[in-house]
Design a protein around this ligand. Structure first.
Ligand code: GLC
Length: 728
């Protein structure tokens, strides 16, 4: 931090201390409780309550929340809607609440307004819905990820929000988990690079707090299910789950949401080891932590580690939590007041929590906040720029998994195409969960092209026959129609969180039946998957001609699918996660502590590997150069020549892995340590240079000290291997 920023930081800290000294106990407590105003409405408990949230504007209601309870943060869940749900309605509401707080509270402390804009302004009709984070990671393009996050951040703050419960930066090491599509995949290094980019992008304007979530180990529960217990070694947490959080902290992420899960017998919100010893003392997080939705309450109602709600609050705040996302439990303030008064929560701990929260608000400049430009709040939402960015993000993520006999790209003058699958003509299946509602959108609430639309536009002279289900397929007189190709679009019902958990990683019954019927026609089948995570596609792998994974590509995702199918773009996505051969094979990750052994069954043997992805051209590697040795503290430059040996231009991701020939502890079979995306014209070669820093050459020794241990290692890129020695 340079002198100016150090002084500025000190000045902010002084302002925080001055304000803190003036606050009453109730004013301090209100800063630590985050309320969902629509959920807190008394009427919600009445039978006839529909979804009229209009009384969130009532002055008496705001008086209760902001003056009686001094609430300092609002969040909005997927089911909430302000007014007609338009950008102007949201901006107008937030402006009114800001004004009410300014005019009616003693210290006029600005509020945090938080929401889940996790793939665009996904809570708002007419907004651009981007692809989800697993696909952002599949682009291996941190620069594009940064631009995307900056665009979403600008759109979100233009309607008054100053806190986004994003990015989700969990590492997912079990594909049965219902939130794999929201994660950054299985590799900690790639996840860290994307995490850093997303936080830098989202906080770039300085008027929005990103929220790194969900600290920590959320993507590796014992049975792969959402929010179920995890037993993780300290090594596993540090090596596999900490890196994206470390990167977010280096990017000065202002807030962090903690997972509600039980890790090693202790739910994170009550874990001092995690919230203080690891997050604050070891990882040096300086921002404000918040619980996830009602997770303090769940210490009592679910985890049963405390006898009552008061103890739940005591345990979580004494563990180091700063904000309780209490949602509708406004009484959490009273419970906390009792705990502070009787000494269960020391005043010093409360002060530290309030200090962390106020520092975020000062850093965001909320105390000098400019008035919201309500009439223009919607100008950015769904803009041409955001749609173009969303299309580029989807395009660079789409991963070609199979392409037998180069059936793809299809010829632009293909005569007769059969398209199967209801999601071929669906908008909601392109967007998945967290879209205009927690578990996904209603079809009519979205305005965008479907894959069927985009294909028809792409090949207007072709005869395109669309069948949405197996009955319609059976009605086709296949003999007469002589189809050149069958494009089978497969999907899953949009879902969120535990609703997406899958024990068997199978397709939904109608999807699989239709797919098998399409294969049985004998027409060459090209599968287009708009499923957000790796399912078991082993049975498909040798029965279809090609497989293209589009993830959940969003409202702008249909066009890139058609562009790739017909060769306008060469697919360049690379897998951020392994495809297991079947559910019994899970967890299968490329960087497990494995051995190349002919005896024991530790071999990494997925259907498709981490980092894999085909192109319409061929890339070859040669002339890998590494130094013979590297001294402690020095960087290593690795160079390689990449060639495009095919007939079309393409973009390759050069992936540098490190393999320990031996070390003082067992090591992953290999670990990604650097990557670079490179574009090559047909026949072109380029020499790419990648750097390994001392950090990337270090490991956690048996005592979990992070050391640059002397040892021989190999650098691996493609089929090239270069050995060198770390002198340590
Ligand atoms: C949910 C999710 C979390 C989200 C929060 C607020 O339960 O776990 O990712 O940010 O609630 O909506």
């Amino acid at each position: 931090m340079n002198r100016d920023s150090t002084n500025a930081h000190t000045h902010l800290e002084q302002q925080v201390e001055e304000l803190l000294d003036d606050l009453s106990l109730r004013e301090k407590l209100g800063q630590c409780v985050m309320i969902e105003p629509c959920f807190c409405l008394e009427e919600r408990n009445s039978e006839e309550f529909g979804d009229d949230f209009s009384s969130v504007m009532d002055p008496e209601y705001l008086e209760m929340l902001l003056v009686d309870y001094n609430i300092g943060s609002f969040l909005f869940g997927g089911a909430s809607r302000i007014g007609d749900g338009s950008p102007v309605a949201w901006a107008d509401y937030i402006a009114r609440v800001r004004k009410f707080a300014h005019n009616n509270t003693r210290h006029k402390i600005p509020m945090l307004f938080g929401i889940d804009a996790v793939h665009g302004l996904n809570f708002m009709k007419g907004s651009t819905i981007y692809t989800h984070n697993l696909a952002v990671t599949a682009t291996w393009n941190p620069q594009l990820a940064r631009q995307y996050a900056a665009m979403v951040g600008t759109e979100l703050s233009s309607i008054g929000f100053n806190c986004n419960f994003a990015p989700t930066i969990d590492v997912a090491r079990d594909t049965r988990w219902g939130r794999v599509y929201e994660s950054l995949g299985e590799d900690p290094y790639l996840a860290a690079e994307i995490s850093r980019a997303l936080v830098e992008g989202m906080q770039g304007n300085g008027d929005l707090a990103a929220c790194a979530k969900h600290f920590i180990g959320y993507g590796e529960s014992n049975n792969g299910m959402d929010r179920t217990p995890a037993d993780l070694s300290e090594r596993g947490i540090l090596e596999n789950h900490a890196p994206p959080f470390e990167a977010a902290i280096e990017a000065d992420v202002l807030t962090m949401m903690v997972s509600g899960g039980d890790v090693n017998g202790m739910p994170i919100p009550a874990s001092k080891r995690m919230l203080t010893d690891l997050l604050r003392d070891r990882l040096k997080f300086k921002g404000a932590t918040m619980s996830d939705w009602e997770d303090v309450e769940r210490l009592y109602s679910r985890h049963k580690i405390v006898p009552d709600r008061k103890e739940a609050v005591v345990r979580s705040f004494n563990a180091g939590l700063d904000m309780n996302m209490a949602v509708s439990h406004i009484g959490a303030v009273d419970v906390m007041e009792e705990a502070v008064k009787d000494g269960s929560i020391p005043m010093q701990r409360l002060d530290q929590a309030v200090r962390n929260i106020l520092l975020v608000k000062f850093k965001l400049g909320l105390f000098e906040e400019q008035p919201l430009d309500i009439q223009h709040a919607g100008d950015l939402v769904g803009s041409r720029q955001s749609r173009a960015l969303a299309e580029q993000l989807a395009l660079e993520s789409i991963t070609l998994l199979k392409n037998e006999n180069q059936i793809l790209p299809l010829d632009r003058d293909t005569k007769s195409i059969l398209i199967t699958g209801s999601s071929a003509d669906s908008k909601r299946h392109l967007c998945g969960g967290w879209t205009l509602g927690w578990a996904g959108a209603e079809e009519d609430d979205l305005e965008c092209k479907t894959i069927l639309d985009a294909i028809r536009e792409k090949v207007p002279s072709a005869t395109v026959t669309y069948v949405s289900d197996i009955d319609e397929l059976r009605e086709q007189d296949l003999a007469k129609k002589d189809f050149d190709v069958c494009i089978s679009v497969v999907s899953e019902e949009p879902h969120a969180e535990w609703y997406g958990d899958s024990m068997e990683l199978g397709f939904e019954e109608p999807e699989e039946a239709l797919l098998r019927a399409a294969i049985a026609t004998g027409i060459p089948v090209v599968v287009v998957s708009v499923i957000g995570r790796p399912l078991n596609v082993s049975w498909l792998d040798d029965q279809v001609a090609a497989m293209l994974w589009a993830y959940l590509p969003g409202t702008e995702g249909a066009q890139p699918v058609a562009d790739i199918l017909f060769g306008e773009h060469n697919p360049c996505g690379r897998l951020p996660i392994s495809f297991p051969r079947d559910a019994s094979h899970v967890p299968v990750v490329y960087n497990a502590r494995n051995y190349e052994s002919d005896e024991i069954n530790t071999r990494y043997d997925p259907l498709y590997s981490f980092g894999y992805g085909l192109s319409y051209t061929d890339f070859t590697y040669s002339k890998l150069k590494v130094p013979a040795e590297v001294k402690s503290g020095e960087e290593v430059e690795v160079t390689i020549t990449v060639s495009n040996a095919g007939k079309v231009d393409g973009s390759e991701v050069v992936q540098l892995f490190l393999r320990d020939i031996f070390a003082s502890v067992t090591r992953p079979l290999k670990s990604l340590k650097a990557f670079a995306r490179v574009s090559l014209k047909a026949g072109e070669s380029k020499t790419v240079s990648l750097t390994l820093t001392p950090h990337q050459l270090s490991l956690y020794d048996e005592d979990l000290k992070f050391v640059e241990e002397a040892r021989p290692v190999e650098a691996l890129i493609g089929d090239q291997v270069g050995e060198f020695r770390i002198l340590g």
